[in-house]
Design a protein around this ligand. Structure first.
Ligand code: SF4
Length: 304
């Protein structure tokens, strides 16, 4: 496997920083187009709890921002990051990451407006767009293909698992074959795909999780994000857990999984994440994941 930092160092000669943006999109799995309620683990912020937003937290009052809002959002996200990092002056040091909810769920003209505002910003080196595989129409792909000529565009697909029965128990709202089809079409268009996988979903065995990773490799997804399941306050999954507790991965079980994943992930696959961040104020389990230093040190020992 190749970590994202290593990949960026090779390609750009430096570290790039992700600016997580909430552009006010909704999600068809939450607004009733596919279903109401969304995936049962998904937080109120649409899995974008750290994203820069100029919207109210109230989902019913969400609306897509205007392209003229994008430079301000980028600036605010940069200011937030500057407390932690000091990127090199004068270079395009950032990845604009449309993170929250489903970031291709709008008419293509609107998508073009927003994506162009981000990709043409002088501080942005890469555009990354998180979405659902059933929201990647051919029209969306041709827009991304066009923008990909300006600067690289990555598409991040939330797969989580290949077990359709588990996926339907957390209300993913599409079958694994829809993911396969989207990856094939994106690969054909030369667009880099990053697949999100959750480790620790209720009723999944270690073998199931490794089979999902294997499938993502076989589909030739360019990158993978392994995300430890975070049980967050206010989600349906948290309520289900309260009523009927299920197994939460222990620290050792997680490390063991990462070690097995490390054995099967090919050298050229870019690993964008090996754990994940849950907002501390919302996290119910696993509590061990709040000790980030310990987790990252242990993971680094495995992969290096
Ligand atoms: S598709 Fe994404 S935004 Fe929509 S409910 Fe599922 S996790 Fe949340």
């Amino acid at each position: 496997m190749q970590t994202l930092n290593k990949y960026l160092k090779n390609e750009y000669g430096r570290k790039l920083y992700k600016l997580a943006l909430d552009a006010g999109f909704s999600c068809p799995n939450r607004d009733g187009f596919i279903s109401y309620g969304g995936c049962s683990f998904c937080s109120e912020a649409g899995s974008g709890d750290f994203a820069e937003s100029n919207l109210s937290a109230n989902e019913t009052s969400r609306s897509i921002v205007s392209s003229t809002d994008i430079p301000d959002m980028i600036e605010n996200a940069k200011t937030r990051l500057s407390k932690k990092f000091r990127p090199t002056e004068g270079e395009a040091n950032y990845i604009a990451y449309f993170q929250s909810f489903t970031n291709t769920y709008a008419p293509v003209d609107k998508l073009r407006e927003l994506y162009e505002a981000a990709i043409n910003h002088p501080d942005i080196a890469i555009l990354s767009i998180a979405t659902r595989p059933d929201c990647v129409s051919d029209e969306v792909i041709s827009l991304i293909k066009e923008l990909n000529k300006i600067k690289p565009v990555w598409i991040e697909l939330g797969l989580q698992t290949i077990r359709d029965d588990i996926a339907s128990s957390f209300n993913r709202g599409y079958k694994t074959e829809t993911y396969d089809d989207a990856v094939r079409r994106l690969n054909k268009a030369g667009i880099k795909v990053i697949t999100h996988v959750i480790l620790g979903l209720p009723n999944e065995s270690e073998e199931d999780m490794l089979l999902t990773i294997k499938h993502v490799i076989d589909m030739k997804s360019w990158g993978i994000k392994l995300q430890l399941l975070h049980l967050l306050k206010g989600t349906r999954m948290a309520k289900e857990y309260e009523e009927n507790p299920f197994h939460i991965l222990t620290f050792d079980e997680y490390l063991n999984l990462i070690s097995k994943a490390n054995e099967i992930i090919p050298d050229d696959m870019v690993v964008h994440r090996l754990t994940g961040d849950g907002p501390r104020s919302l996290l119910i389990e696993p509590k061990w994941s709040t000790d980030k230093k310990r987790v990252l040190n242990a993971i680094n020992k495995i992969i290096n």
